[in-house]
Design a binder for this molecule. Structure first.
Ligand SMILES: Cc1ncc(COP(=O)(O)O)c(C=O)c1O
Length: 381
């Protein structure tokens, strides 16, 4: 006899939409998969992906850390029980008040990637541990982060020297391969580049222990097998650390955002209107680019399911999906094949546990999704 898990929350007709249904058990299991796949690694969850206090508390209670970008994220981290030692800041541009508060709270370390930031950190957090963010290849990531942050190897060496001169404690390197990284080799290449700089810096008298491989771990493998797994990236990465940073046994830091919480979320939206325009069928939802689905605007392809018992029996049609606001940029998907949809039907957007509510605003008065905990029911089959 098998046991199957029935997901009752998303199918509940009383669920008020838009709703972001979060599966906390899945976050916990994914956290454990990261630990198993990166033996000895330490997770500092990138809070920006989903700063829901219960998600942050879960990570802290499992012994993990938090990666923060702002004063508000610091205060929230402390309020869910994180100690300073469980917090790092990988935002290269920081407000002086934020820097001061981080030092007061004993935040473990913060990133720098410019001479201005070294000066600022030295002024507002004297003696602070700092790491330098390296610019690395972001090709093959759905949302590249390259260009805005990061320095070359030579610049990194200059920043280490300067940091030391200014009384800071340079401890190592970080990078980010871009969000939803579909090319695991990018981690290997980035670690190789870190290894080279690590050795050059040590030859110049620095002593490092900190390697932060950032985020970028993709979500969605369970419905698209071509998406790299945490385990696969872990194998490649651990081998690269052994090969390129030998004898150092670095403190290996991971900053998953999407990779930790993305698959835990299902955004449920209702179809509130329909129209035929220039031969195209339009659907209007109660969630759109402004109130929950901003990532679709950034080119992230949504994965959508119709929540209807007879979904498999309906004729497939081609749709344009739009949000509820009056702005013409509020279009969530074009050329989307879906079973025929009626007003009042509900759609479920998969893998929306990250960058959904964090990006959302109630533009035009349309509410941001409420967060609902997934209730599971065990059923015998
Ligand atoms: C410094 C830093 N760390 C971690 C993350 C999380 O990235 P991801 O959600 O791709 O794992 C980001 C995302 O922007 C970031 O800027």
């Amino acid at each position: 006899m098998n046991t199957v898990r029935m997901d009752t929350t998303v199918q509940n007709p009383d669920l008020v939409t838009p709703a972001l249904v979060l599966d906390f058990e899945q976050i916990s299991q994914t956290y454990d998969r990261f630990l198993d796949s990166f033996p000895g690694g330490q997770i500092f969850y990138a809070v920006k992906a989903n700063a829901n206090p219960d998600v942050m508390r879960l990570v802290v209670e499992k012994g993990g850390g938090l990666e923060i970008a702002s004063l508000a994220e610091l205060e929230r981290s402390l309020s869910v029980g994180a100690t300073g030692r469980q917090i790092i800041c990988s935002n290269p541009i920081k407000h002086p008040v934020f820097i001061q508060r981080m030092q007061e709270e004993g935040v473990y370390a913060m990133v720098v990637d410019s001479t201005y930031e070294v000066e600022k950190v030295a002024k507002y957090a004297p003696g602070m541990r700092v790491y330098v963010r390296l610019a690395v290849d972001n090709q093959g990531s759905v949302l590249p982060l390259a260009g805005k942050f990061g320095v070359s190897g030579d610049e990194a060496l200059g920043l280490f020297d300067m940091a030391k001169e200014y009384g800071l404690d340079p401890i190592g390197l970080s990078f980010h391969v871009g969000s939803q990284c579909l090319r695991p080799q990018n981690y290997v290449n980035a670690i190789r580049a870190c290894g080279e700089i690590w050795q050059r810096a040590e030859a110049c008298g620095h002593s490092f222990h900190f390697l932060d491989i950032g985020g970028g771990f993709p979500a969605g493998h369970y419905h698209d097998k071509s998406i790299p797994t945490i385990e696969g990236i872990g194998d490649l990465t651990m081998e690269a650390v052994r090969q390129y940073i030998p004898n150092a046994n670095p403190m290996l830091i991971l900053e998953p955002g999407r990779g930790l919480v993305g698959e835990s979320g299902r955004l449920v939206a209702s179809v509130v209107g329909k129209a035929k325009r220039n031969g195209q069928e339009w659907l209007y939802l109660d969630a759109g680019v402004f109130n929950g689905l901003m990532e679709t605007f950034e080119g992230f392809p949504p994965v959508i399911r119709l929540l209807a018992a007879d979904a498999d029996d309906r004729e497939m049609l081609n749709y344009t999906l739009a949000g509820p606001s009056c702005d013409s940029c509020d279009v969530v998907a074009r050329d989307m094949e879906l079973p025929e949809i009626h007003i009042g039907d509900r759609l479920m957007f998969l893998d929306t546990g990250a960058y959904t509510n964090e990006y959302a605003v109630a533009f035009n008065g349309f509410p941001i999704p409420s967060v609902v905990k997934l209730e599971r029911e065990l059923e015998l089959a």
